[in-house]
Design a protein around this ligand. Structure first.
Ligand code: BES
Ligand code: MN
Ligand code: ZN
Length: 509
């Protein structure tokens, strides 16, 4: 039971002056370092008899980042309220701050139970492009309002979100740019909601079979095709690492292959591989009970890959993509795989299972081997792979490891642009020693020290010649506290990063 991705708020662009429109509220960013009012703020101030200057003069509102003040216009202009949204110093403005300003304002609009809000983007200097600004504003406003209410039956209407966000602009040419930029931003936000919804969904409903059903919704789009390998097929081709993990569960495993072809035929695809562990109990090496419920989010990598392909198809990006999602549960059961077991992976390489809780790398091993069949130009995997990565970086950064400098640089660049930040960890030769097994080719754990790195070292054994990067999203996939435009819970991390990466990939020679 997934929602229509909560993307219910319409985003409109209208030509005219901000003071002309009748609305519940007008949101205007206010910069703390302005010397003299200009643009929309000035207009609103003048037509309300100096309301904005007044509140500034009292010192009650300064415009520091995310500070808010609601002014009631008492019929002086058609808009009922002016929401002053502190945006910090104009000289320090970043797209990340702008996302946060509009998320904070949008949440204020929601808490006032208003149906709509208007804004003007005439603060854009000549330096920032309109397109990027609109993207940040729309993403902030929409993503900040995310709520997962699919399973609520009581008080559901208290969670109502505004249904219209209107950007007002005086110049027709600029309106056109805003309109198309807002549409593209809306597509991306919808894909983030799709991923968040999948990750928020409980394990009893978001099974491997249900993930495949979600994939088929994406495959309804132009140029997208879907193949789902069932257990019979997986046995036949020898995906025994994936099958090994799934043995303890009564839910059948699935291997999801989503292809999007927006590029020319000869263009080798980007392979995106996402961990699809729909519930990770740890298996026989069972996890402690505390917070085990959060392990429904262990398919966040798979959800991100699906969201990214959804957005790429809707944006009609000129790239070829293959998305690979090994999906299974990890449960203890009479037939469950055990510590000491040896699995023969799809690659033919053998793996000694030390901990059944190091299951992600096992299912990814088979998926990475499979990815090489597509002769991809790059392989990027996303996985909530290790607790060690959370210890290293917290929930603020994705851990990045890989074999290809150019690919890493492209991802760093996309991370900077989207605010889905990442940090590189080393993958030196010495770490590879730690995953050698006495009885098989490799073992599936390398001990606690450097756990995020030895996990990546393990994955690297299943990469052939393709440039490869591994993104450990264990930290940022799930938040325990609200952030401005990311409510606590499922974040949809990776979707915006991958979409930005793919957008830039189009322009590659
Ligand atoms: N899915 C977990 C990693 C994880 C933990 C993600 C907490 C998000 C929050 C993964 O399958 C796992 O259990 N990893 C083990 C590996 C260890 C046994 C080598 C870990 O990190 O403890
Ligand atoms: Mn695990
Ligand atoms: Zn896991």
């Amino acid at each position: 039971m997934l929602s229509d991705f909560g993307g219910k708020m319409r985003i409109l662009t209208r030509k005219g002056k901000i003071t002309e429109f009748k609305s519940a509220a007008v949101v205007v960013p206010y910069f703390e370092d302005v010397k003299e009012l200009a643009g929309a703020v000035k207009l609103l101030d003048e037509e309300t008899g100096g309301m904005i200057k007044d509140i500034i003069a009292t010192g009650d509102f300064k415009g520091t980042l995310n500070q808010l003040s609601v002014l009631y216009t008492r019929g002086l202009i058609p808009a009922k309220r002016i929401v002053l949204a502190g945006a910090g110093k104009k000289t320090d403005l970043t797209m990340e701050k702008l996302r946060s300003v509009y998320a904070t304002a949008a949440k204020q609009i929601r808490s006032l139970q208003l149906k709509e809000f208007f804004t003007s983007l005439d603060f854009i200097g000549s330096n920032e492009s309109i397109e990027h600004t609109v993207q940040a504003v729309v993403e902030g406003a929409v993503l900040g309002l995310y709520q997962y209410t699919n399973y609520k039956t009581v008080d559901k209407d208290k969670k109502r979100t505004p249904n219209e966000f209107v950007i007002v602009e005086e110049k027709e040419e600029v309106c056109t740019i805003i309109r198309s930029s807002a549409e593209r931003a809306g597509i991306i936000a919808r894909a983030v909601f799709f991923a968040r919804d999948m990750v928020s969904a409980p394990g009893n409903d978001m099974t491997p079979t249900a993930m495949a059903a979600e994939a088929s919704k994406i495959a309804a789009r132009k140029n997208v095709t879907l193949r789902v390998l069932d257990e019979r097929k997986l046995k036949k081709i020898g995906m025994n690492a994936l099958l090994g993990v799934s043995k303890g569960s009564a839910e059948p495993a699935r291997f999801i292959v989503l292809e999007y072809r927006g590029g020319i035929n000869a263009d080798p695809p980007v392979a995106l591989v996402g961990k699809g562990l729909t519930f990770d109990s740890g298996g026989i090496s069972i996890k402690p009970a505390e917070k085990m419920d959060e392990m429904k989010s262990d398919m966040a990598g798979g959800a991100a890959v699906m969201g990214a392909i959804m957005a790429a198809a809707d944006l009609k990006l000129q790239v070829n993509i293959v998305g690979l999602i090994p999906a299974t549960e990890n449960l203890p059961g009479g037939r469950a795989y055990k510590p000491g077991d040896i699995l023969k992976s799809l690659s033919g390489k053998t793996i000694e299972v030390i901990s059944t809780d190091a299951e992600g790398r096992l299912i990814l091993a088979d998926a990475l081997t499979y990815a090489e069949r597509f002769k991809p130009a790059a392989i990027i995997d996303l996985a909530t792979l290790t607790g060690a990565c959370i210890i290293a970086l917290g929930d603020l950064a994705i851990g990045m490891l890989g074999t290809d400098k150019e690919l890493k640089n492209r991802l760093k660049d996309a991370a900077e642009k989207t605010g889905e930040r990442l940090w590189e960890l080393p993958l030196w030769e010495e770490y590879h020693e730690l995953i050698k097994s006495d009885v098989a080719d490799f073992k599936n754990t390398g001990g606690r020290p450097g756990g995020a790195i030895t996990a990546a070292a393990f994955l690297s054994k299943f990469i052939g010649k393709s440039p490869w990067v591994h993104l450990d999203i264990a930290g940022p996939a799930w938040l325990t506290k609200d952030r401005s435009y990311i409510p606590k819970g499922a974040t949809g991390i990776g979707v915006r990063l991958l979409v930005q990466f793919l957008k830039d990939w189009q322009k590659r020679d």
